[in-house]
Design a protein around this ligand. Structure first.
Ligand code: SAH
Length: 356
């Protein structure tokens, strides 16, 4: 049993079964035993590897897309350059290096990072040495400026809740204990206002996920972008509308039982892009588009070729493999999606289409 499992069992004994969201929050963010609070999970030696850790091309293209959006909106002379959940800081370092070539962008940008993990804040400080980032525990405290934001594999880490349809009610999937083991269990049927719009497209027994933290953050981003201008690029695995149980644990690059070792495995769920788009209104949203398609439209093939020309041997082979990994449909190209939020009357960010 992990130390966190012991703690959660005591909590369940005292207060009854907990929501999946409370369980996920404890597993990921507990100040002493939480997954993100205690380690650096990224990279080949960690539990998973993210797009910016695979190749610098990802951050370069995302950065140039953000900079073009800034130019398209008249290059506001002061704006907040925001990353939600910056991990090791690699993506932002690549964004800042690539956008140095865009006159005025650097000087106008104030760098704000939304990150809760102290261990990762320290990593980000090292990666972004010289850029004077300011850290925030939540998006709401970022100064009220035009906001150009990126979130890669951020929303999938936010705590979800799950409910199973029961007539016109929902039974929430809670976490309880069976002896020394943590297990899922259904709560009593109840009306769930957050799922009212899902009564039309689900049947008895269907499981639906919702992410209160994600919709709150999307609402804050949308309100800021609609009022002050800017854009948010959201990249994650998921789909337009959640259906079924996507709650999963990753340990050493393998899927694992999410209830087995709380605090020792990364927990995620697929992102419900429609819920983010709805919450972000009055900001507009683009079509949700496969990552492979977006990176191709942004010119990854040309960038890959330019970089390959300077490489040989194993380094060149690794570079070719990284390009494939980011874009191919059997790798991250289709599973990962991109959606942008942007203000009414503005052009959608390059690589993405507005709704028709
Ligand atoms: N974007 C990075 C890291 C993704 S992992 C990359 O692509 O490599 C998720 C990140 O979000 C981590 O930095 C984690 O500490 C952070 N995070 C998770 N939940 C958060 C929350 N509620 N508020 C702020 N940051 C959070």
């Amino acid at each position: 049993m992990t130390p966190l499992a012991r703690l959660l069992i005591a909590q369940i004994d005292a207060g009854g079964p907990m929501t999946l969201a409370d369980y996920m929050t404890a597993c990921l963010m507990h100040p002493k035993y939480g997954y993100y609070a205690t380690r650096d999970p990224f990279g080949a030696a960690g539990d998973f590897i993210t797009a910016p850790e695979i190749s610098q091309m990802f951050g370069e293209l995302i950065g140039l897309a953000l900079a073009q959006t800034w130019l398209d909106q008249g290059a506001p002379e002061k704006f907040a350059l925001v990353e939600l959940g910056p991990g090791r800081g690699t993506l932002m370092a690549d964004i800042l290096r690539a956008t140095r070539a865009v006159p005025g962008f650097d000087a106008a940008a104030a760098l704000h990072l939304v990150e809760t993990s102290p261990a990762l804040r320290a990593r980000q400080a090292t990666a972004l040495d010289g850029y004077e980032p300011q850290w925030h525990g939540a998006i709401e405290t970022v100064p009220d400026l035009p906001l150009f934001a990126v979130a890669n594999e951020f929303f999938d880490a936010l705590p979800i809740r799950q409910a199973q349809r029961d007539g016109d009610m929902w039974r929430e999937r809670m976490v309880t204990r069976d002896g020394a083991r943590l297990i899922p269990a259904l709560g009593a049927p109840a009306a769930l206002p957050a799922l009212a719009h899902r009564l039309g497209d689900t049947e008895d027994g269907d499981v639906v996920e919702f992410c209160p933290a994600g919709t709150r953050i999307a609402a804050a981003l949308g309100a800021r972008i609609a009022a002050r201008g800017g854009a948010a690029l959201i990249v994650d695995y998921g789909d337009w509308r959640s259906l079924g149980d996507t709650f999963q644990a990753l340990r050493a690059h393998e899927a694992a039982d999410p209830y087995a070792a709380p605090g020792d495995a990364d927990l995620t769920a697929h992102v419900d892009f429609e819920a983010l788009a709805l919450a972000a209104s009055p900001a507009h949203h683009t079509l949700m588009t496969a990552q492979g398609v977006v990176l191709k439209r942004l010119g990854i093939a040309q960038r890959a070729q330019a970089l390959a020309a300077r490489l040989s041997g194993a380094a060149r082979a690794a570079h070719v493999a990284a390009h494939r990994r980011l874009t191919h449909r059997d790798e991250m190209g289709t599973l990962f999606k991109v959606m942008a939020l942007y203000p009414e009357g503005a052009a959608p960010p390059p690589g993405l289409q507005g709704r028709v």
